[in-house]
Design a protein around this ligand. Sequence first.
Ligand SMILES: [Zn+2]
Length: 271
Amino acid sequence: MPELPEVETTLRGISEKVINKKIESFKARTQKLRWPLDRNLSRFLKNKIIISAWRRGKYIIFNLSEGHLLIHLGMSGKLRVFDGQVTPKKHEHWDLSFTDGWTLRYTDIRKFGALIKIKERPEEHKLLKNLGPEPLGNEFNSEYLFKCTRKKTRPIKNLIMDANIVTGVGNIYANEALFLAGIRPRKQSKRLTKLNCEELAVAIRQTLQEAIKAGGTTLKDYTNANEAPGYFKKKLRVYDRGNSPCLTCGTQLKIIRQANRQTVYCPSCQK
Ligand SMILES: [Zn+2]
């Protein structure tokens, strides 16, 4: 599943080939992804220029010469750009073709992604307006996290995965960040000290940045005509390593379930 680092890497991988391009046509080969596609999408997009492309949480937003386009990769969505004509394969659901011959193509086996036209300011769209601060932005810091954790009894892992508190910290990075910060995932949020919050805010940034850096090596794959790039391999310390020895102390990593998601932690390093 694409998490924030994959979305950021995708954005960087395609940006250069879509920004300042004029859309010649939009073609969808399905009527429904997560939601039905707008019937007027082709007409809306034709002749529009992509002025800029940015990310908010796990959404990619294109600012067009008029209006905006919101893209979400869902559970398995991938984007790539290529020059010339390439026959679409199964699961390649839509194409945005530019007047210079390049095409942006979307692949999604599970069809859980989204493609939505927006007329209002994107920040005011219902999918974006309640999102918490970006974990890599200045608004998210230890004071903010400390404030958010006060009086909250819910486990800290669930709190940092709440998109209204901070957006885009998925299960992988919540596990990894809590390990780095030495905090038990089940610890009640309000019991975190100021120092805990400082270390956790830094750990969240660090794990996401490390993953984005790892994805940087796959950037050229986004202009592969034949195949969408796979999600890049991340260097993970605890996620998916349940019952294996902790990389720091050798203790067997423990697996528990929280909010229906798997949590892995080191009972010795994390307090
Ligand atoms: Zn350990």
